[in-house]
Design a protein around this ligand. Structure first.
Ligand code: ZN
Length: 104
């Protein structure tokens, strides 16, 4: 999976289509990500230290990686991701639109 935590993505399908947000969690093994403000679910929470009263809170649910496109930090367009091998043997993610490396 080539989407990582702290990437900014554009949702391309479903109820949240067109919405942009930051990836707050990534589950590479499941190909699922959690995007800030996307797929809000009401969760019924028991009282805890953070939430002494308990009750219903809204929290993001995971969505499938295939329903988002990465927003390139260089050209700020939604793009697919390519890969390029660097001299040191590591792989860098590449924006298919502008060809720039996404990670520094
Ligand atoms: Zn780009």
């Amino acid at each position: 999976m080539n989407i990582r935590k702290d990437d900014t993505v554009l949702v391309t399908s479903g109820k949240y289509r067109g919405k942009k947000g930051k990836v707050i969690r990534a589950f590479p093994a499941l190909n699922r990500i959690v995007v800030q403000g996307v797929n809000l679910r009401k969760r019924h929470r028991r009282p805890s230290k953070d939430l002494p009263q308990g009750g219903i809170v809204e929290a993001e649910g995971p969505i499938d990686r295939s329903n988002v496109l990465l927003i390139c930090p260089k050209c700020s367009k939604p793009t697919r991701i390519g890969a390029r091998k660097l001299e040191d043997g590591k792989k860098a993610r590449i924006c298919k639109k502008c060809g720039e490396a996404i990670d520094k």
